[in-house]
Design a protein around this ligand. Structure first.
Ligand code: NAD
Length: 314
């Protein structure tokens, strides 16, 4: 871990890559940010634009770079590739993005990097699994942004419904970052109280109906945003900053990143999101919670969906 430099390489200068950098710059978390894209003119333009705000923020270097920059990076974030069109699922991006991500991983591998690698490009779980194979790095260091964004949407929607600060809501979305994701209501707490007990005290709504509505709303969020404005990038930008904080500050934070499962939750040989402890080396361990039986079955189905996606490539 190159703690002193806190060098972050971002591959993909599109909406997600630049929203992430814009948010990352402001907290003073990174010492150096390097941007890469096949569209080198775009990279130059984005770097110029972002650099012009540097006098207002904590010191950081930002510049265009190449794959040699990965060699001494602390963190590599991949946001390159095709994005969802209206009505398209994340899994439907698989063909377009597998090749792009494969080539990127080959180049990163050649650099001899010891960074933590974070996949963001969709379908993020499948691409994290393929990146792990291509890079050949320890599984701890190859993770996907997974359902960190979905868990944030879940907390936000719960907080709005209950009229409580989102920071007092603990809630996780597990499984695929996509249509088969699982809202883990059995792990949801408000002010330290399990949600079902909290609802019994509060009594303000028909909680079962509300659970269903919130679950559907979280799952369909990206479709709504894409319908209204073409793509999503601010929420994922901030989610990536949260993951970066955990890594660059060695926080050991619990985040639902996508990671390779090796028997946890009864699942193996697949990357998907479960609560993980994230620090400077990536995922140091997976938290295995006892899920409600219906949630456990839904998580297994989510893994099956991802396995089918992987199979479709062979
Ligand atoms: P975008 O079209 O704005 O940007 C994509 C960028 O990738 C472009 O600048 C393009 O030139 C670059 N690119 C393509 N091939 C490349 C290569 N071989 N090497 C380097 N750069 C290359 O798209 P976006 O809105 O930034 O979305 C990027 C990805 O992030 C999409 O797959 C999208 O679905 C995904 N995404 C993920 C999440 C998540 O939670 N994981 C959330 C939002 C978007």
């Amino acid at each position: 871990m190159h703690q002193d430099k806190r060098k972050v390489v971002v591959i993909g200068a599109g909406s997600v890559g630049t929203a992430y950098i814009y948010a990352l710059l402001q907290g003073g978390l990174a010492g150096e940010i390097v941007l890469l894209d096949i569209d080198t003119k775009r990279v130059e333009g984005e770097v110029m634009d972002l650099s012009h705000g540097l006098p207002f923020i904590p010191p950081v270097k930002i510049r265009a770079g190449d794959y040699n920059d990965c060699s001494d990076a602390s963190l590599i974030v991949v946001t390159a590739g095709a994005k969802q069109k209206q009505g398209q699922s994340r899994l439907e991006l698989i063909r377009s993005n597998v090749e792009i991500v494969g080539l990127i991983c080959e180049k990163i591998k050649k650099s001899g990097s010891e960074a933590v690698f974070v996949m963001v490009t969709n379908p993020v779980d499948i691409l994290t699994f393929l990146a792990l194979q291509r890079l050949g790095w320890p599984k701890e260091r190859v993770i996907g942004s997974g359902t960190v964004l979905d868990s944030s949407r879940f907390k936000y929607m719960l907080s709005m419904h209950c009229g409580i600060d989102a920071r007092n809501v603990h809630a996780y979305i597990l499984g695929e970052h996509g249509d088969s994701e699982v809202a883990a209501w059995s792990m949801t707490h408000i002010a330290g109280i399990p949600i079902k007990d909290y609802c019994a005290i509060c009594g303000a709504c028909d909680n079962l109906k509300t659970y269903e509505q919130i679950t559907v709303e979280v799952r369909n969020s990206a479709y709504h945003i894409i319908d209204y404005k073409g793509s999503t990038y601010y929420g994922i930008g901030l989610s990536l900053v949260r993951i970066s904080e955990a890594i660059l500050r060695n926080e050991n934070s619990v985040l639902t990143v996508s990671t390779l499962l090796e028997g946890e939750y009864g699942l193996s040989d697949i990357c998907l999101s479960v609560p993980c402890i994230v620090g400077s080396g990536g995922v140091s361990s997976i938290i295995t919670a006892k899920l409600d039986p219906a949630e456990q079955r839904a998580l297994e189905s989510s893994a099956d969906v991802l396995r089918e996606g992987l199979k479709s490539l062979s």
